[in-house]
Ligand binder design. Structure first.
Ligand code: NDP
Length: 272
């Protein structure tokens, strides 16, 4: 029996910026697995047909913006992590033919945050910008850390309200972005602003001068938010480590082994 998925894909729209296939293809090459991760840039109107075809092919894959919250509905089973986050970023076909949806973004964020934790105080105030699948994963990771109070701001208020309702133990709604970032020890950008161009999700001058900035987005040369924060002398990281760690967890789910991180980082650096 072929032990590998029939196809390995990355679903999203638009996919132009993502380094996810680069991460997976480097890991596949290093492990000698004869598969390629195919980018599937599909409009929402093609999601039903695409998921049906992937199911027939016994596929596995990753899910990126804007489909993390939509793919769960196509899955037969969700892991505890996918249910808790309310978003699927990793799926596979189980031996019984069931499509299983999982979430590895939360653990990917937690791993990427780890080196920054010593700099954060007890009950650190966190500003979270955004209310999509990425923001939910951040809240799930922060909820497990427990040592935080999160203010969530989103352009569409109703979406932030729903998210805060699901994570009410650690979070509250911020009516304005100024109120969200005021006194924050950690500012997390989980909006898609800054992923494709040099726009800023928040005026960098509003960020407290001792805050750490974590931008889930990443871009060659750094995102505008990370550059603006560093220009003010703040510690700031982009989403690349999170991407690599999330991708490593997905690879483990699909192939039962850890990827060669050195090979993955070499490939990511070469394509930046
Ligand atoms: P979603 O499509 O689910 O959510 C997008 C979010 O961005 C929403 O909160 C949306 O607000 C907000 N947004 C979009 N455009 C604007 C705008 N012009 N002004 C203000 N807010 C805006 O995306 P995801 O949650 O899946 O991803 C969000 C970002 O995080 C993406 O850049 C993604 O690449 C990144 N990400 C990175 C990961 C990594 O491993 N590094 C992992 C997960 C995500 P509204 O509700 O008002 O539309």
């Amino acid at each position: 029996m072929n032990p590998w998925p029939g196809r390995l894909v990355l679903l999203g729209h638009p996919l132009g910026h993502t380094l996810s296939p680069t991460v997976q293809n480097a890991a596949l090459r290093a492990a000698g697995i004869p598969l390629l991760c195919e980018p599937l840039d599909i409009p929402r109107s093609a999601l039903d047909d695409t998921m049906a075809a992937l199911r027939r092919a016994g596929a596995a894959g990753g899910v990126t913006t804007p489909y993390r919250e939509a793919i769960g509905a196509y899955c037969d089973r969700l892991t505890e992590a996918a249910r808790a986050v309310g978003a699927v970023d990793t799926f596979w076909t189980a031996p019984d033919g069931a499509l299983v949806g999982d979430n590895t973004d939360a653990d990917g964020f937690a791993r990427a945050l780890q080196p920054l934790l010593p700099a954060l105080l007890d009950h650190a105030r966190v500003a979270l910008l955004g209310a999509g699948g990425g923001a939910a994963a951040v809240l799930r990771a922060l909820e497990r850390w427990g040592n935080v109070h999160v203010r969530v701001y989103n352009r569409t208020r109703s979406r932030a309200e729903l998210l805060v309702g699901r994570f009410s133990r650690v979070s509250e709604l911020a009516e304005r972005i100024e109120q969200c970032v005021a006194h924050a020890a950690l500012v997390v950008n989980a909006t898609s602003v800054g992923q494709r161009d040099d726009s800023l999700p928040v005026d960098a001058e509003l960020i407290p001068s001792d805050a750490i900035v974590f931008d889930l987005a990443y871009r060659p040369g750094g995102t505008a938010l990370v550059r603006a924060a560093k220009a003010r002398g703040l510690r700031a990281v982009d989403g690349l480590t999170m991407l690599v760690e999330q991708g490593a967890l997905a690879f483990e789910r699909w192939f039962g082994m850890a990827p060669d991180r050195e090979a993955v980082w070499a490939s990511v650096q070469a394509s930046r």
